[in-house]
Write a new protein. Structure first.
Length: 151
């Protein structure tokens, strides 16, 4: 997964290419013209600085001087899908919870690239299912990790 292109209207049409894994804006075009890059995630449009800031939780915004436009923000139902691996991980105690947190971040970074909610949900459910199988397998192979040893 490389990056995703978004079209944003902010006193003209911007095309923004964002890599969510690296939290970096790779390129920016204004009305078909590629803008020169300054600092990290900052591009120059004449004397105006255009930059991308934010997270998927708070919203990723394009700023142009004193104006801004929303590029992408997750909805409440996306959060429900994202938390599924963590909930499944909690079934495995502390180790499962740690694995659940890791799977949550994988879902968080992956779902930014998927525009269809049902595909995002499918990915989160698949990761939660894989986590469940992993926890059950680890519990069967190493019961002491999950306090399942003989008493």
């Amino acid at each position: 997964m490389g990056s995703m292109k978004f079209e944003v209207e902010l006193n003209g049409k911007f095309t923004v290419d964002i890599n969510f894994w690296a939290s970096k804006c790779r390129s920016m075009n204004y009305e078909g013209m590629e803008l020169s890059q300054g600092e990290k995630n900052t591009f120059m449009l004449g004397n105006d600085k255009c930059f991308v800031r934010g997270t998927l939780f708070s919203g990723v915004y394009l700023y142009r001087e004193n104006e801004s436009a929303l590029i992408l923000r997750m909805k409440w139902y996306d959060y429900v899908a994202l938390i599924l691996p963590f909930i499944v991980g909690m079934l495995g105690g502390l180790l499962g919870g740690l694995l659940g947190v890791a799977c949550f971040f994988v879902c968080y970074k992956t779902c930014a690239y998927l525009r269809n909610f049902f595909l995002r949900l499918l990915v989160c459910v698949a990761i939660a299912g894989a986590l469940f199988v992993t926890i059950v397998t680890l519990a069967a192979a190493f019961p002491v990790l999950f306090n399942l040893g003989a008493k």
